[in-house]
Design a binder for this molecule. Structure first.
Ligand code: PLP
Length: 318
């Protein structure tokens, strides 16, 4: 956030939410609200939910998670999120067999028990609780399923003045080579996010050892050059974002904005007319500053405006 941003706090869905003037930086839950979680097969108050220290999610970060946005009870990308979680469990050999309907029931219960509104439904499946700390996958262990909700901002609006914007830092992407798995082993992401956040920014754009863009620490990344939206292709080095999938599908179907998936160099990012990042809880965020330098003319761009408008009107079809 630049020095001219004033911090403002207000209550959204009973949660204290603090923004920079146009940039969300922190969400803090007020005790006693939105408090019902799902753990070990039961809905219970968050304070009563207990996980064993021998759970492999705690000891090794041996678990998979999802965050599904729900606006006034309507989820965006539900089947895509569950598909990605199932792919993550298959890739890591976590043997939970829940149907899409089982997950849908859990999500709907969490939303209704926590009062609805704008929520991120957090789902996590760990390999489960072992009796020892030993790297090999244990036999006969039941996966731990955990679900709770977090407050998320109101949906992004396709309006240049009202849009929540991003100012970001850059860093070398030093995470592992399976970033396509949405694992809770997020120490690299956490440290890279903090690199930007600790310097007053809202995210960090990541570049690999060839100085090519991968993604941001908790979002996918795009540039706009000569009217075309360009984003790195899917690979083990980025998460296959559900928002990315929905956005690219909508843009391709609409056809008015060209889309290309290819490698993007740091030089291209710094010369781009527009830069965006996307995530389920914030949708498409125009980045107006990178490492203190303006992106393009430093204003929210026309291509973002058109793309966010298309996303806003099409997202509930996914
Ligand atoms: C590393 C990373 N990349 C991309 C994304 C965006 O994914 P999605 O659009 O599915 O929220 C996230 C979301 O948390 C993320 O953590």
């Amino acid at each position: 956030m630049g020095g001219d941003d004033m911090s403002i706090c207000r209550f959204v869905n009973g949660l204290l939410v603090s923004w920079g003037a146009r940039e969300q930086r922190l969400v803090t839950q007020v005790p006693g609200r939105m408090n019902t979680v799902f753990l070990n097969g039961a809905y219970q108050p968050k304070e009563e939910a207990k996980i064993s220290p021998m759970d492999r999610g705690f000891l090794f970060g041996d678990s998979i998670y999802e965050v599904i946005p729900s606006y006034e009870g309507s989820m965006v990308g539900f089947a895509l999120h569950i598909g990605r979680m199932n792919a993550g469990m298959a890739a890591t050999g976590i043997g939970l067999r829940w149907s899409e309907d089982d997950w849908r029931r859990l999500c709907e219960e969490l939303v209704s028990k926590n009062g609805g509104g704008n929520l991120g439904i957090y789902l996590q499946v760990s390999r489960g609780e072992d009796t020892k700390r030993y790297h090999a996958f244990p036999d006969g262990v039941e996966p731990t399923v955990f679900g709770f909700v977090i407050a998320i901002p109101e949906p992004q609006v396709a309006d240049k003045k009202l849009a929540k914007i991003g100012r970001v830092a850059t860093a070398q992407d030093y995470r592992w080579n399976r970033c396509d798995i949405k694992s809770t082993s997020l120490l690299g992401n956490v440290m890279l996010f903090q690199h930007g956040y600790g310097n007053g920014m809202s995210e960090t754009l990541l570049f690999d050892t060839n100085d090519e863009l991968t993604e941001a620490s908790a979002a996918n990344a795009y540039i706009v050059s000569n009217g075309k939206v360009i984003t790195p292709p899917l690979s083990p080095h980025i998460l296959a974002g559900v928002t990315r999938h929905i956005l690219l599908s909508i843009l391709r179907e609409d056809g008015s904005i060209a889309v290309e998936e290819r490698a993007v160099t740091r030089e291209e990012v710094l010369q781009a007319d527009e830069v965006w990042i996307s995530t389920s809880t914030k949708e498409i965020v125009p980045v107006v500053e990178i490492d203190g330098k303006a992106v393009g003319d430093g204003e929210v761009g026309d291509v973002w405006l058109a793309a966010q408008a298309l996303y806003s009107s099409g997202k509930f079809d996914y």
